[in-house]
Design a protein around this ligand. Structure first.
Ligand SMILES: [Zn+2]
Length: 509
């Protein structure tokens, strides 16, 4: 992570060509002054696995030829159109790409502008700015793709909780820079716990995030304390996830989320629709059922009906990922992979590096500008990709176009994931711990309530202490922790000691 001299985190960087660049802020080279910054380095791969050795191979200051880089994106997307489209539009893309190759001369910098002029024949005139998203959609207006930037940070998985605290700061500071650079860009993030870590460990960065939240560019959603498992926690825990999450968002930002955001969890309890409705969340997003290894889940936009007939509106992004690289094929699949287009013709695309966090890169936004630019030339074969819309915009439009969901199919009962079945039996100790803390905290709350009612003079209900215990319990219900899919270190060094402390405190109170 790159820090300003005063300690403010500015951006995360990742090796392996994933995010190797840091653009110096313009003010640094305008004022003629010396600027100091620090880089904190960790010796681990993106997914935690250690290698025998790590080396910093190169570190240099570069002056980028932005026009050359823009041509690289132009050519990439036109090449993808030539490969992935059909009919005349495919061959037009091929012809344009061939002409660019013929004109390009690596010894003549002037050829870059000539090549870009040819590229504009296919991409349109507006791909160098957010203007491209203001163009009339033309032929492809019936199949819109709403692209939403996100970074799925697993609260623990192949790394521990402490590492996730830095992942939050690295990922979100990076996203603030993208928000500054691209006026159309919005980013979505979930989990009360992640915001609490940011506030506790990086308070200055939190202030900047809050400003972006208030500007509508950094979208807070999800409503739960962490993106939790829904099959193993007891009913009370499921409620507490939302109670803690929604209340925390309300305190920090003055609003609650109206969508339960759970792209990656291993199956979904049929209690969820009822709980969501009671917590003011009529919408639900997941993607994981596309991992089914036997039956393909039949719908992408549908109503999910729970035990008591409460229902929520569900969308499962048809590109079958929450970490798309915003490639041409990802946008195309967001319509072509949609199983019930006969009900509604729109899909959401979740793009940005994830699992280990990170989020979108400038390259992804540049690609989306070009994919939008060429949509009209692709004559309805490519959807109109929208960037700058929020998740809320998507669900509002979905309700508007489907008579508030009445035109969509209905799914009753559990959303069962035909995969990851070992999650009920793996790491049995954490399951045992969880049930113990859940039973004890019920007793503790019960006794504390009675004591505060019958002994008002001498006993004050320990609200803050009990809330802190619930925060730790809910944290350990994260969708890799409780199901048992984390590395051993997470259980030995984080979860077992944390839950042991919770038990001790529950017994002392
Ligand atoms: Zn995950």
């Amino acid at each position: 992570m790159v820090f300003r001299e005063d300690g403010l985190p500015l951006q995360g960087m990742t090796g392996g060509n994933e995010r190797p660049e840091f653009d110096f802020p313009k003010s640094w080279y305008d004022d003629g002054e010396e600027h100091v910054f620090y880089i904190e380095m960790g010796c681990n791969g993106m997914f935690g696995a250690a290698r025998p050795s790590y080396q910093l191979h190169r570190c240099e200051v570069q002056v980028i030829n932005w026009e050359a880089r823009a041509l690289y994106y132009d050519f990439w997307m036109i090449g993808d159109a030539a490969r992935e489209l059909n009919g005349a539009t495919k061959y037009k893309a091929k012809e344009v790409a061939n002409r660019i190759m013929d004109v390009f001369d690596e010894t003549d910098e002037g050829s870059i502008a000539k090549c870009r002029a040819i590229a504009r024949e296919y991409l349109g005139d507006n791909v160098d700015s957010d203007k491209v998203f203001k163009e009339e959609p033309g032929m492809s207006k019936y199949n819109a793709v709403y692209a939403v930037g996100n970074c799925h940070i697993d609260t623990a998985w192949l790394w521990d909780f402490d590492t996730s605290k830095t992942k939050v700061a690295r990922s979100w500071s990076t996203q603030l820079r993208l928000i500054e650079k691209y006026p159309e860009y919005v980013f979505a993030a979930s989990a009360g716990q992640h915001f609490k870590w940011l506030l506790d460990y990086y308070p200055d960065l939190y202030k900047r995030v809050k400003t972006a939240v208030m500007q509508g560019r950094f979208i807070v959603l999800g409503g739960s304390w962490v993106e939790h498992d829904t099959n193993l926690p007891c009913g009370e825990s499921l409620i507490r996830q939302f109670l803690l999450g929604q209340r925390y968002f309300q305190n920090l930002f003055g609003f609650k989320s109206d969508i339960f955001w759970l792209p990656d969890s291993f199956g979904y309890s049929t209690q969820i629709p009822q709980i969501c409705r009671l917590c003011d969340m009529p919408n639900f997003l997941t993607q994981k059922l596309s991992w089914n290894n036997i039956n393909s889940f039949p719908e992408n936009s549908f109503n999910w009906v729970g035990i008591d007939t409460s229902q929520v509106l569900v969308h499962m992004p048809p590109a079958n990922t929450y970490t798309a690289a915003a490639n041409f094929g990802d946008v195309k699949r967001s319509i072509s992979g949609h199983h019930n287009l006969h009900n509604d013709q729109k899909g959401m695309l979740l793009y940005g590096m994830g699992d280990g966090g990170g989020g979108p890169t400038p390259e992804m936004v540049e690609k989306l500008r070009r994919i939008r630019g060429l949509a009209d030339n692709a004559r309805g074969e490519m959807p109109t990709v929208e960037v700058g819309c929020t998740v809320d915009d998507f669900y509002k439009k979905l309700r508007e176009d489907t008579d508030n969901g009445a035109k969509l199919p209905t799914w009753r009962g559990e959303l069962y994931l035909e995969y990851h079945r070992g999650t009920y039996t793996t790491q049995a100790k954490v399951k045992n711990f969880m049930r113990t803390v859940e039973i004890l905290i019920r007793d503790l709350e019960n006794l504390a309530t009675k004591a505060s009612v019958f002994n008002k003079k001498n006993y004050k209900y320990p609200h803050n202490e009990i809330e802190a215990l619930w925060q730790d319990i809910c944290l350990c219900q994260f969708h890799d922790v409780l199901p048992g899919s984390c590395i051993e270190k997470v259980y030995k060094e984080d979860v077992w000691p944390m839950l042991t402390k919770v038990i001790e405190k529950e017994l002392i109170h």
